[in-house]
Design a protein around this ligand. Structure first.
Ligand SMILES: C[S@@+](CC[C@H](N)C(=O)[O-])C[C@H]1O[C@@H](n2cnc3c(N)ncnc32)[C@H](O)[C@@H]1O
Length: 308
């Protein structure tokens, strides 16, 4: 049987670092950084990192199964110049990268969301283009490759004010990735490669991680605990579930938190200790410490006070 993957070394758990990340420390050197958005099964990331040992590559992908396939490919790569993270690139650019820190951003076949009603899901909005511009070094390049010409036209509408010069190339199949092969099999012969070069810097402030508080309560009554949904100033907090174990005097809440494009499922626990009740994020909760998470903790604290 083929091993699932040989080494987890390229997989990075961003929770164990301070933001913005010190990429020099991660890689052990200060070589230029290149990013791949939506690295899929990792063919291109593996080829790039193998072919350019003088550059450090960081792939971002949301699907676990594709990350597993990427790790399998990367395990054949003897170099230590590649990392992969399971994360939305918008959150990554918000938190993990400082301004002027990335040399090149690659994105092959981003989901085009072709229906007009789904346009809100498209990645390369003016705001995201401005954020990418800010994270790129002067003269840095964002390359977007797609099979969909209307998607190129839509991105071009987003470009004014984002600080890029554009060049569009009509190309044949070039990249040999899973999605390119799929379109080739379906008969597509022409693809579109948009090269955006940073010519003017767009100022964007670095997002800071919130300091998440622990709360202490003198009293807490799980039987009278009740939460309301919250939505204001770009933050939404929705309470999904509340479980209470009377034997262990421990409550567990499932909460959905949304700050702009960052959507997180978190767990908050309230448990009895010798000096009262303690309220905090449950262990192992995967999260970016955003303003929305801080707000969710505060809302649970207020509701717990009312319950007592
Ligand atoms: C159509 S696939 C292309 C994959 C690969 N580049 C290829 O050519 O085979 C798009 C990929 O982008 C990833 N993706 C979409 N939006 C993303 C985002 N905001 N951040 C990170 N990855 C994203 C998806 O998970 C998906 O694997």
């Amino acid at each position: 049987m083929k091993p699932f993957y040989v080494s987890l070394r390229p997989f990075l758990d961003y929770r164990s670092f301070k933001y913005p990340m010190d990429w020099g420390k991660v890689f052990g050197n200060d070589r230029p950084l290149e990013v791949e958005i939506g690295s899929g099964n990792g063919e291109y990331l593996a080829r790039l990192s193998q072919g350019q040992p003088e550059v450090n590559f960081i792939g971002f992908e949301e699907y676990c199964e594709r990350i597993h396939k990427t790790l399998r490919k990367l395990s054949r790569n003897k170099q230590n110049n590649v990392r992969i993270l399971r994360m939305d690139i918008r959150t990554a650019f918000d938190f993990l990268f400082s301004p002027h820190s990335v040399q090149y951003v690659h994105c092959l076949f981003p989901p085009p969301w072709p229906k007009k009603s789904d346009a809100k899901h498209r990645l390369f909005t003016t705001n995201f283009l401005k954020l990418t511009n800010n994270r790129l070094v002067k003269g840095g390049v964002l390359k977007i490759v797609t099979d969909q010409y209307p998607y190129i036209l839509w991105i071009e509408e987003q470009l004014p004010g984002a600080g890029f010069d554009r060049q569009l190339n009509h190309i044949a199949a070039t990249y040999d990735t899973k999605f390119e092969r799929k379109w080739v099999e379906e008969g597509q012969k022409e693809f579109f490669e948009l090269l955006l070069t940073k010519v003017e810097n767009i100022d964007i402030t670095q997002k800071k991680e919130e300091n998440l508080k622990y709360y202490i309560l003198d009293r807490f009554d799980p039987h009278h605990f009740h939460m309301e949904e919250f939505s204001a100033s770009g933050i939404a907090v929705i309470f999904k579930d509340f479980l209470y174990d009377p034997a262990r005097k421990t409550a567990l809440l499932h909460v959905l938190v949304n700050d702009e494009h960052v959507f997180q499922n978190i767990r908050i626990t309230i448990f009895q200790t010798s000096d009262g009740w303690r309220l905090k994020l449950a262990e192992g909760t995967m999260l970016m410490p955003t303003a929305g998470v801080a707000k969710a903790l505060e809302l649970v604290y207020q509701a717990a006070l009312v319950s007592a």
